[in-house]
Each structure stands twice: as C-alpha cells, then as structure tokens.
Design a protein around this ligand. Structure first.
Ligand code: HEM
Length: 391
C-alpha cells in the first residue's frame, strides 16, 4: 500500500474536505486512507469505473450493515438479485410517472411550508423546510396510509442508530423489531386497491419481507439525502445575493442551479464498495476484500472534467454530468423526485413577495463525512413591505 504524505483525517474530511481532496487527487486519484480503512477514490474517471462495475466492486458485503438491519434489498445486492429487487421500484420512479404523480403535490408542500415561515422571525431552513419537505414528499410518493413524518423520522433514527452500532460491534445481535412500524405501514397501504404501492407490489417479484426492505430503502433513502440537497442549495443561493437576484429574475436558470449545488456539495458525499478479487484502478493495486470508498464530492470537482471546479457556475452544459446520484447499477432511483423537491423549495423561497435576510449567526457551511449539510441555516422571511421600512 502506498504511503502518501498528506492523507486526510476524518476530521478534515468532515469539515471543509475540498482542499484536502484536491491535494490527494493531485497526488493519486486512488489512495489508501487509514482513517477510513479504505481506498479513497477522488478522480472522476476511476469513480465512474468503480460504480459501473459491480462484478469487481460490490455492495454485497457483511461490513455494509444496513442490509443486516433492514434485510437484503437493492441497496445491498448486486447482479441478478439486485435487478429483481430494484425493477418494480425503478419503473415506478421513472421521470414521466414521478411528474404525473408529484408535480402538483411537491410544490404545494413547499409553498405551504415557506408561507408559514413569513413574518415569524428567524427560522432554520434545514429543520423547517428541507427536512419536512423531504419526509412529506417521500410519504406522498409511496402513498403511505396513516403515516406521519414524525413516525417516519423516528423509525429512521432508530435504524440509523442500529446500523451505526453494528458498524462498531459487527457481532452484535440485530434488533429486527425496528422494522415493525414500516412493515405495518406497508401492509395498510398495499391493502388499498389502486394505491401507488399496491401497483409496485403487484409488479414486483419479491417476497413480503424483501418488498418491505425495499420500501424502507426507498423511504429512508429519500430523507437525509434530500434534506441535505435542499439545505445546501439554499446555502449557495441565499448566501450569494447576486446569484439569488439572477435566479429570481430568470426562473429558467433554476434547474441548473439545483444541479450545480448537487455537483459542488452532493448531499451524500461518499459511497462504499468492496473489491471482489485482486484488481487495479487508476494504476493502483487493490486486494480482494478491500473497501473502496468513492468520494462523489471529489469526483464532482475533478479539474479533468469540470472547468474552474470549485466555482458555482450556471454554464456547464458542455461538461459531463455530476455524480451526486451515483452512476451504474445503483444509480439513485429518486433523482427525478429529488430534483423536483429542490426546485419547488427554490421557487417557493424566490417567488414569494418577501425579503430574505440571512442571519448573522446560524448560517453554517455544509459539514459531515457522509451526509453533508449545514447544521443550521437560519434566515428571516419578511413580507416585502416590512423590508421597505414597515406598512
Ligand atoms: C426522493 C428522494 C430519493 C429517493 C426516493 C432515493 C432512493 C434511492 C434508492 C432506492 C437508491 C438505491 C438504488 C440501488 O441500490 O439500486 C438510491 C441510491 C442513491 N441515491 Fe438516492 N434517493 C433519493 C434522493 C437522493 C438524493 C437527494 C441524493 C443525493 C443528493 C441521493 C443519492 C443517492 C446515491 C449517491 C445513491 C447510490 C448509492 C450507492 O451507489 O451506493 N439520493 N437512492
């Protein structure tokens, strides 16, 4: 294994990782990082190579503890089994269907949330807009009957805690009762003829247990990722008055802003794979069983693919697409819905007749190793006549 001089620590990767990742990429785009106990892939080309080749780099490994808690699902399988688990869900989330099902509902949720913030003083856009928009959209797209965002967030928190605990003690017994709430919600919803989930259930070649695991992966995959995506977008746009004004005046540029924010700060910064056998990427030898962590954040700022890669630019039509939603067999099935949520949040904030004031404290930059987002993003939305000095 190569010893590199400036291998980043977890602390550096969790704070502002970009200068550290750029330095590492310049030295070797595939490098062993002891703090992660993994090879870290920072170049776009090797990142794409790893994510597209599930015969060499698999997710199917006991060290990936999510599969042990929710059960085998599309997230933890590869090959033919992965296709079987994913097929009916991927089909239900294709762009035209997502648009038909959600194009009114998502903006309605976003506008409702933003409207309730106007004139009430400082609010945190992460907890008051991004998180509830993500949770409500996920519940709506699956049509989960009698299920509240609070319940879903409670299930998610318990499962994340269990996955984390298993990470530090792989021998621990898994508490399968944590899936009880979602199992019941799936049962109630599938029983409703014509519900979106009943349709997916009919199309899916899965046992009840497998089906529930995949619903969990879709539901939980839509929470922290989308929350991070929306909060990061707000951080870029509201933290830069010129950009905000440009997007206010030209709604046609807003989808580009959504994707540029995803490129620069993808809500999920890394994805893990495990090497099936001895192999090589970018000229670096990888042993069988080694963990390979792909830094989507680093790949998205690779100067070989993106001009002036650290700059927020709305003019990148001639560059390759970013990798925030991954690529290859595990490419995110929720990308269309996610983009719809981000756009709806942006429209709801920019198109209100309000002045947006960024708080001096509490407008935090994105942080985090896996899910990167501002801890708080405090702003004040004032009815615009207030901003001109009162009624
Ligand atoms: C509506 C919201 C979302 C839903 C329903 C959703 C659902 C999913 C599902 C089910 C997978 C697993 C696919 C598979 O393994 O075959 C996945 C993968 C992924 N999603 Fe999403 N997702 C959502 C939002 C997001 C957002 C906002 C991001 C990032 C900004 C994101 C990033 C990813 C990535 C990077 C993967 C690949 C994981 C890997 O390759 O290991 N997702 N998503």
């Amino acid at each position: 294994m190569r010893n590199l001089a400036r291998v980043p620590t977890v602390e550096q990767l969790s704070g502002n990782p970009h200068p550290h990742l750029a330095r590492l990429r310049a030295e070797s785009s595939v490098a062993w990082v002891p703090a992660l106990d993994a090879w870290l892939v920072t170049g776009r080309a090797p990142a794409v190579e790893v994510m597209r080749d599930d015969r060499r780099f698999t997710v199917d490994d006991p060290r990936f503890s999510t599969g042990r808690v929710v059960g085998p699902s599309m997230l933890s399988l590869d090959g033919a089994d992965h296709k079987r688990h994913r097929a009916a869900f991927a089909s239900a989330f294709r762009p035209a269907l997502t648009r038909a099902q959600m194009s009114e509902r998502v903006p309605e949720i976003a506008v409702g949330l933003v409207t309730s913030m106007v004139g009430i003083g400082p609010v945190d856009l992460r907890t008051a807009l991004a998180a509830p928009l993500a949770a409500r959209s996920a519940i709506a797209v699956l049509g989960l009957v009698d299920t509240t965002p609070a319940e879903v967030l409670e299930w998610y928190a318990a499962i994340v805690a269990e996955v984390t605990a298993l990470g530090s003690d792989p021998g621990a017994t898994v508490d399968t009762s944590l899936m009880g709430g979602i199992k019941e919600a799936v049962r109630r919803t599938v029983a409703v003829a014509g519900s979106p989930l009943a349709g997916i259930r009919d199309d899916a070649d899965l046992t009840d247990h497998e089906f529930t695991a995949n619903v969990a992966v879709v539901l939980f995959g839509a929470l922290e990722t989308s929350e991070a995506m929306i909060t990061n977008l707000m951080w870029w746009v509201l933290g830069d008055a010129d950009l905000g004004d440009r997007l206010r005046a030209s709604p046609g540029l807003r989808d580009r802003a959504v994707d540029e924010s995803l490129r620069l700060e993808p809500g999920a910064a890394i994805v893990d794979r495990f090497s099936v056998g001895p192999t090589e990427i970018g000229g670096v030898g990888i042993a069988a069983g080694d963990k390979v962590t792909v830094s989507l954040s680093a790949a998205n700022r690779d100067p070989a693919a993106h001009r002036d890669p650290d700059r927020f630019s709305l003019d990148r039509d001639d560059e390759p697409p970013h990798l925030a939603f991954a690529t290859g067999p595990h490419v995110c099935i929720g990308a269309h819905l996610a983009r719809m949520e981000a756009r709806a949040a942006l429209d709801a904030v920019l198109d209100r007749p309000v002045a947006t004031c960024v708080a001096e404290a509490g407008f935090d930059p994105p942080t985090g190793l896996v899910f990167r987002k501002p801890a708080r993003l405090v702003v004040e939305l004032r009815a615009s006549r207030d901003s001109r000095g009162g009624p």
